[in-house]
Design a binder for this molecule. Structure first.
Ligand code: ASP
Length: 465
């Protein structure tokens, strides 16, 4: 019997996980699933996470130090960031086009639409936000309606969703920085040990590793050669750890899917219900993501002359994609992405060790597309017309927000608040899209990872590596 390829095993395990979650919901086994199966999913994510940080450090250091010629690093860095920016801006634009043409938010009868609009105007009035589209219902609405809408505003959003949105808002507020240069400041670690201990500080780890690698490349003595060997050896060990963990990936992915779904399953009918309510919006996000995945990236590869067939590309990358789907985290998937791009897409580790860790942190096409769709959907839902100028602003903020989003589950949702605020909309509206966020997060993470892999294949081609 021929051996089944890993990506098929993972796919089957995912489906079994879904079936298990459905059955356990039906037969009252949710508690068992959460107590005895879910922990293995957590163990799996933990393994990937503890491998990811040292792997990023060792792979960048050994990659940069091994380049020999530092000027090629500058060239590669420039190309990498340029490509990342182009793909992100493109994907925001796709999102904007789709959501404007399909208008998933423009549903409901005139009365409910007016009430939603009024709730926006009341919020804008309370928060002294200028209304830019020239409409003003508040001026003519009668006071009983205004009171009704005002009292209904918080109740509209289900209580715990509202609560969750408030917590997320507190997160964002706590992170608000004074200087526009703060992101730059945040990139430079004050304490390496702290940066290594917090997955959200990956950019600091990258900064340190680049600095260290470049310095190591500049000193060419026997002693530093030994250090280079050490880092290369460590890199090999961590890569091997990924291989070992991936051997058991199907089992872990089953646990992960069963656990995630069983956790949401006491409201499974409710979940289907909100999905129907938010279905059109979700479909627009999903459609945009699929267009990026199956059309844009293969086309981009072709355009840059990367010789790889459609099926080779997807088959080679699928373990990373399935993992991105089941973990919703590009950072946790990173070790496997590096492995797939190295071994299956045959991209030199000189490129992957540099391009992929940076990509996992800053390049998030899926996230930026989703943010663009979500903001316009929410505006349409509240009958707010955004001007072309404001929509161009969304391209810029969604791009920056996706760069700033950490590569962990739900990071894009938190950054969505910033994009909403930037165009004068209520950040707490994220509560409306919150119920379908996890499933969309799973999908957009697949795109984030695919984009990183595509760019690294293009850079490798242009560097002849
Ligand atoms: N979960 C995504 C990632 O890790 C980020 C997001 O969009 O929430 O790539």
């Amino acid at each position: 019997m021929t051996k089944l390829a890993l990506h098929w095993k993972i796919l089957i395990a995912m489906l079994l996980g879904v079936v298990w979650a459905l059955m356990s919901g039906k037969f009252g086994l949710n508690e068992f699933t959460l107590d005895w199966i879910n922990p293995f999913g957590t163990i799996f994510i933990n393994c990937l996470k503890f491998i990811a940080v040292p792997l990023v450090m060792f792979s960048i250091i050994s990659g940069v130090a091994g380049l020999g010629d530092i000027s090629s690093l500058g060239r590669m860095g420039f190309k990498t960031l340029g490509m990342y920016l182009i793909t992100t801006v493109f994907s925001v634009t796709v999102g904007l086009l789709l959501v404007n043409v399909l208008a998933p938010g423009k549903a409901g009868d005139t009365n409910t639409r007016n009430e939603r609009r009024l709730s926006y105007e009341i919020w804008a009035f309370d928060n002294q936000v200028e209304i830019k589209d020239g409409k003003n219902l508040l001026a003519t609405a009668d006071s009983s309606l205004i009171n009704k809408v005002r009292t209904g505003m918080a109740a509209d959003l289900e209580k715990d969703e509202y609560q969750k949105a408030m917590e997320k808002k507190a997160d964002v507020d706590a992170n608000k920085k004074q200087s526009p240069l703060q992101p730059l400041v945040d990139m430079v670690p004050q304490n390496l040990v702290l940066s290594l201990s917090d997955g959200k500080l990956m950019l600091q780890v990258i900064f340190f590793s680049l600095f260290f690698g470049i310095t190591l490349a500049l000193i060419k003595t026997e002693r530093t050669n030994r250090i280079k060997d050490f880092f290369e050896g460590m890199n090999d060990v961590f890569i091997q750890m990924v291989h070992i963990v991936m051997k058991a990936a199907p089992f872990f992915v089953f646990c992960l899917m069963a656990g995630v779904l069983a956790g949401a399953a006491d409201s499974f009918e409710e979940l289907i219900d909100v999905f129907i309510r938010l279905g059109f919006y979700s479909l627009v996000v999903f459609g945009g993501l699929m267009a990026m995945l199956f059309l844009f990236y293969p086309l981009l590869l072709r355009l840059f002359g990367v010789k790889i067939s459609y099926s080779e590309f997807f088959r080679g990358l699928s373990p990373a994609q399935f993992l991105a789907f089941s973990t919703s985290s590009s950072a946790a998937t990173l070790p496997v992405t590096i492995d797939c791009v190295n071994n299956n897409l045959k991209v030199s580790d000189k490129v992957t060790d540099f391009v992929l860790p940076i990509g996992a942190t800053v390049n998030m096409d899926g996230t930026s597309l989703y943010q663009a769709v979500a903001v316009i959907f929410l505006a349409q839902y509240h009958d707010v017309d955004l001007s072309l100028y404001q929509q161009l602003g969304i391209v810029a903020t969604a791009t920056l927000a996706s760069i700033g989003a950490a590569a962990v589950p739900s990071a894009g949702l938190i950054m969505l608040m910033i994009v909403l605020e930037s165009v004068g909309l209520n950040p707490l509206w994220i509560a409306i899209v919150l119920p379908v966020d996890r499933i969309l997060d799973m999908c957009r993470t697949v795109i984030n990872v695919t984009s990183d892999a595509t760019v690294s294949a293009i850079i490798a081609k242009s560097e002849k590596l």
